[in-house]
Design a protein around this ligand. Structure first.
Ligand code: AMP
Length: 557
């Protein structure tokens, strides 16, 4: 599996800057193969699964071409089978064009207000990402003109065919000039796909990622379906319960490595990071401390980890699901001490990453077991047991004479032996700044998320939580709270039940944790436990309340 750094493609400065901002360290295998071919103008057929970095593989050359030509109007059309894919591809392209003012990207898909899309298209766009039905709708209305398209991309073409878009593809392609570059990505190469390539492509080059034999024997593999905002808490709990030190944690970007290192250090874990931006000396230092056992957790990108010889770690965490199944196998291959099976934990957020996980299971032909994040009670139990073992070992093996005298002195001063022990226990368990007690509110957030995923019905979940929690809803909670402001109020018909229902249903935070709701004419405020505020705000900003989009933020009274 060959990969190269992005600078070897000779990309323009604003694109390189964007790649650097996002934090991609190196091109993925599919990008390594596709980008040079597409930049040279060839048509390309890519056989590749989702999650391999294929969006950037076709988007980067398209952006470079539009930049080089300097023309305005729709020049690249990307057809995707579903709205989720269209939105995701659009987001990725916007990230890649963040420093390019002349390139505008829009996603057009069914289910969204068409007038809004017409307005966006009317302002002038260079890249259109759309689902076939909605693209044709705009073509019929005359709001999307494809006469200037130079690059046409069919993403997940096999999915599009299985969804019955074959005729739509014909109609759309008949409106695109024959003098164009055509790209097709598909996980499978059926005869129907080959027929499309024969009709619409010009001497295409086929690229596929050849995989080696992959084995992941002797490793217990688990995955956790959790929102992004809960990953740090989830990681901490797994570390606290399993104690797999030394552990390796893999992230997909340099930025994520840096962020996670500081978050874990703040929580009192002895963690260090490793990525491509670090000088050799700094890397050597990190590796020496990790090997000598002074550092418990090594957080790394795939690229940085490739150059180091580490094996036999207690557990490997895929904090980000890897881009390629081979990365997955390389990553988890580092766990497993002599004679003992290894442990691999993977965090999965959303249906798309779930599909990536399934493709990993297909390739490795091994089950990755769904598991639940330990509850706060389990974390505490595990800490208690550890502490008890430590105390026993100390009583049995160490000379405590001097310390016993100190305790006797304290008892003489009037403290009870239980008080002394409790104070010492507290200081031991909160040493290094580690959170004293995991939060119960987070338990609900984890459970709520899982329930939502399993039932697939948000409404049902929301109701479930509300019924069980009516009584205590407005009680003052003992945990610290944060106040959230939303830009919706009584003038829009907002009632407290709408806030409770949306927050409970969308974030999994039970209604009893939502306190002091105040509804004004144009805005409303309410309390949530402080540690859940960021996640609640994040989720609310992506959802609707009584059918309206809302903006949520912290409220400063
Ligand atoms: P895709 O196959 O396009 O759906 O990409 C899957 C994920 O990989 C997306 O979250 C991308 O942001 C990410 N990605 C794409 N290229 C790279 C890269 N070179 N290094 C790390 N992550 C990447």
């Amino acid at each position: 599996m060959r990969t190269i750094p992005f600078y070897e493609f000779g990309l323009s400065a604003p694109v390189m800057q964007a790649i650097d901002d996002i934090g991609y360290e190196e091109a993925t295998p599919i990008q390594t193969q596709a980008i040079p071919l597409l930049i040279s103008g060839r048509d390309v057929i890519g056989q590749s699964q989702t999650g391999t970095g294929k969006t950037a593989a076709f988007a980067i050359p398209a952006i470079e071409r539009i930049l080089a030509d300097g023309e305005r109007g729709v020049q690249a059309l990307i057809l995707c089978p579903t709205r989720e894919l269209a939105i995701q591809a659009c987001e990725e392209i916007r990230k890649l064009t963040v420093h390019i003012r002349a390139i505008h990207t829009v996603a057009i898909y069914g289910g969204q207000d068409i007038e809004r899309q017409i307005t966006q298209l009317g302002k002038g766009v260079e890249i259109v990402v759309g689902t076939p039905g909605r693209v044709m709708d705009h073509m019929r209305r005359g709001t999307l003109k494809l006469g200037g398209v130079k690059i046409a991309i069919l993403d997940e073409a096999d999915e599009m065919l299985s969804m019955g878009f074959r005729e739509d593809i014909d109609t759309i392609f008949s409106a695109i000039p024959a003098q164009r570059q055509t790209v097709l990505f598909s996980a499978t190469m059926s005869p129907e796909i080959m027929e499309i390539t024969r009709l619409y492509m010009n001497n295409p080059e086929i690229i596929r990622i050849v995989r080696k034999e992959l084995t992941v024997e002797g490793i217990d593999q688990y995955y956790y379906s959790i929102p992004h905002s809960h990953k740090i808490e989830a990681l901490s709990r797994l570390m606290d319960v399993y104690h797999p030190e030394p552990a390796m944690i893999f992230c997909n970007t340099k930025k994520q490595v840096d962020e996670l290192v500081s978050a874990m250090q703040q929580r009192g874990y002895v963690a260090e990071g490793l990525h491509g931006d670090m000088k050799q000396q700094a890397r050597d230092h990190v590796m020496n401390t990790f090997r000598s056992g002074k550092v418990d957790i090594l957080i790394a990108t795939d690229v940085a980890a490739r150059g180091i010889d580490v094996s036999g770690v207690g557990a490997v965490f895929n904090y980000d699901i890897p881009q390629d199944v081979e990365y997955y196998v390389h990553r988890i291959g580092r766990t497993g001490r002599a004679g003992k099976s290894g442990l691999a934990f993977t965090f999965v957020t959303g249906s798309r990453e779930m599909a990536e996980l399934r493709s990993i299971m297909n390739y490795t032909r091994k089950e990755i077991t769904k598991s639940s994040i330990p509850t706060s009670a389990q974390v505490m139990q595990s800490r208690r047991e550890r502490f008890a073992r430590k105390v026993c070992a100390s009583v049995e093996n160490e000379d405590l004479g001097e310390y016993i005298q100190m305790v006797e002195q304290l008892i003489e001063e009037g403290f009870s032996s239980i008080e002394i022990a409790a104070a010492l226990l507290r200081s031991e368990m909160t040493a290094d700044g580690r959170t004293a007690m995991p939060s119960e509110a987070d338990d609900f957030a984890f459970a709520g998320h899982e329930r939502r995923r399993i039932n697939g019905s948000r409404r049902q979940d929301g109701r479930e939580f509300r019924e069980g929690t009516k009584a205590g809803r407005y009680e003052r909670r003992s945990c610290p709270t944060a106040r959230i402001h939303i830009n919706l109020g009584s003038s829009a018909g907002l009632l407290p039940k709408h806030i409770v229902g949306t927050v409970a249903g969308e974030t999994g935070l039970p209604g009893k944790f939502i306190g002091r709701i105040e509804i004004n004419e144009r805005y409303a405020t309410f309390d949530v436990p402080q540690e859940t505020a960021a996640a609640v705000i994040d989720t609310l900003n992506k959802t609707r309340m009584i059918g309206r989009k809302i903006t949520a933020r912290l409220f400063n009274e």
